[in-house]
Write a new protein. Structure first.
Length: 237
């Protein structure tokens, strides 16, 4: 009974927290969609932020790196807050996002115009047999990207527009390099040549020479009729 009571109490607490969260999110959404009227003439970022804080419940957070490149001019009547921010920061190096009761401003990093990317693809095969090479490496040394051929010897790699330096390598084959300016999707079928850099290995060993011989026993008859034993050593060196 006690456990059941604790379970019910815990469930009620969770439901209460969920309802509070929903109410809070609903209030936030209403604040963002609330229609506002504001006029700014040649205003600075600081002046614009102060006006928004005076007519809403939001506070701004931003660092010293957040700056406008030109004055803010705005004349909005009965416009949602999000639309006002979009108009104020149009062509400005500023991003914003909502977090609770705060509006976070961040410096917008300028992206280069040549961020367009293209895809290079093709098959890698043996130059003599035309057999596709599985697992051949494809690396790009400028962007430091890489890939490998699949079970069909096919590869694909996506790189930004501009100078490209590709290296194709495979065990037992000579590495192939291709440098060019990438400006469109490109098909590159690569033929690789087996490497002939393996050298003959000769294994030698030293054999120690040992003196091999045998002992033989013999006898010689003396003039007095007795036998004289002697031992002879016959060997080869």
């Amino acid at each position: 009974m006690k456990q059941a009571f604790q379970f019910i109490t815990h469930s009620k607490k969770n439901i209460f927290l969920c309802l509070c969260s929903l109410i809070f999110l609903n209030i936030q959404a209403q604040n963002q969609d609330k229609l506002l009227t504001i006029t700014v003439k040649n205003g600075t970022l600081k002046e614009f932020v102060k006006q928004i804080e005076n007519i809403t419940s939001y506070s701004f957070i931003y660092g010293e790196e957040v700056k406008t490149i030109h004055k803010i001019n705005l004349n909005a009547k009965q416009v949602p807050l999000r639309d006002i921010l979009n108009k104020a920061f149009w062509h400005q190096p500023i991003n914003y996002h909502f977090k609770g009761q705060y509006i976070i401003l961040q410096h917008k990093i300028k992206t280069e115009a040549n961020t367009k990317t293209f895809t290079i693809s093709g098959h890698i095969s043996d130059n003599t047999s035309s057999e596709t090479l599985i697992g051949a490496n494809v690396t790009e040394n400028i962007q430091h990207l890489g890939t490998a051929t699949n079970a069909y010897g096919y590869y694909t790699i996506t790189l930004p527009k501009g100078k490209t330096d590709l290296h194709f390598s495979y065990l037992g084959y000579a590495t192939k390099q291709c440098s060019f300016i990438l400006h469109r999707d490109t098909i590159m079928n690569i033929k690789m040549q087996e490497s002939n850099q393996l050298q003959e290995v000769v294994i030698t060993s030293k054999k120690s020479r040992r003196r091999i011989g045998s002992y033989t026993n013999g006898s010689q008859r003396n003039t007095d009729g007795t036998n004289k034993k002697h031992t002879e050593y016959a060997g080869r060196g």
